[in-house]
Design a protein around this ligand. Sequence first.
Ligand SMILES: [Fe+2]
Ligand SMILES: [Fe+2]
Length: 336
Amino acid sequence: MYTQSFSVPDNAGQKSARTPSTENPELMAAFDARIDADGRIEPQDWMPEAYRKTLVRQISQHAHSEIVGMLPEGNWISRAPSLKRKAILIAKVQDEGGHGLYLYSAAETLGTSRDQMLEGLHSGKAKYSSIFNYPTLNWADVGVIGWLVDGAAIMNQIPLCRCSYGPYARAMVRVCKEESFHQRQGYEALLVMMQGTEAQRAMVQDAVNRLWWKCLAMFGPPDADSPNSAQGMRWGIKRISNDELRQKFIDATVPQAKVLGVTLPDPDLKWNEERQHHDYGQIDWQEFWNTVEGNGPCNKERLATRVKAHNDGQWVRDAALAYTRKQQQRAQKEAA
Ligand SMILES: [Fe+2]
Ligand SMILES: [Fe+2]
């Protein structure tokens, strides 16, 4: 999963300054013309520094969200109710790890290093999707994460397949295909539970109640409070506004909830004939920002788990480097 619509400034992962963009009007004009023609910008192309920084921030936040997103569901691998569910969940969590790796690679093409990005994450400077700072309390949470969290991620990420930065756009094509599997497996798991016992149905409803509003917040602050969105749109990084994406997600989810037999916990949620969309209630933005700023229920636990996993993996990185050195020495000896 992921996704980051919110434009949260952090200083993580930004490369040292290259030639300031405004100094060369000819290069700037060529860049603008390519963007206006809906063309792609590739790593070797000149780009304004602000465009590069925006992408480094967005892609690294996205990568971090994929990696941290492995944790709440990873907690359930050992407790999955059947071999089938365990195999599906392992595959899904592994996919998320893969998404993180494509995205770190895409960000690296902008001149930032993996170490810089990881340092930003591990020190708490860099942001990631706030949804992963909530606990997964019962097995239905895993299904609801697939259905709603991955569902929201798909809504956010499909337009990114047309992002103006080539490596990001191409990474998103594969990511979206895998997210679609994640969404379906979650929905299917919930359907099975809803056909089960009263206790199982109550677990699903409880998970929906706890996660619904957090999923709506995943699309980021309202357009009126997203000053960076217009620039992102101008650059072809962002194609659809936060509020529009949120609306699309709600409109798509309401009929799915009906089929499932769950209630979405919003008394103001109703079809508006005039707008041809669903109206919905107020999102608690204070809670959202509080969580983004590191004070959600699981922020500290998630970061600590991530840092420990990174440190525990040091021997793997050391072994890979030692192996590469050995190969190089052998190649040199053979060439001599
Ligand atoms: Fe996913
Ligand atoms: Fe993902």
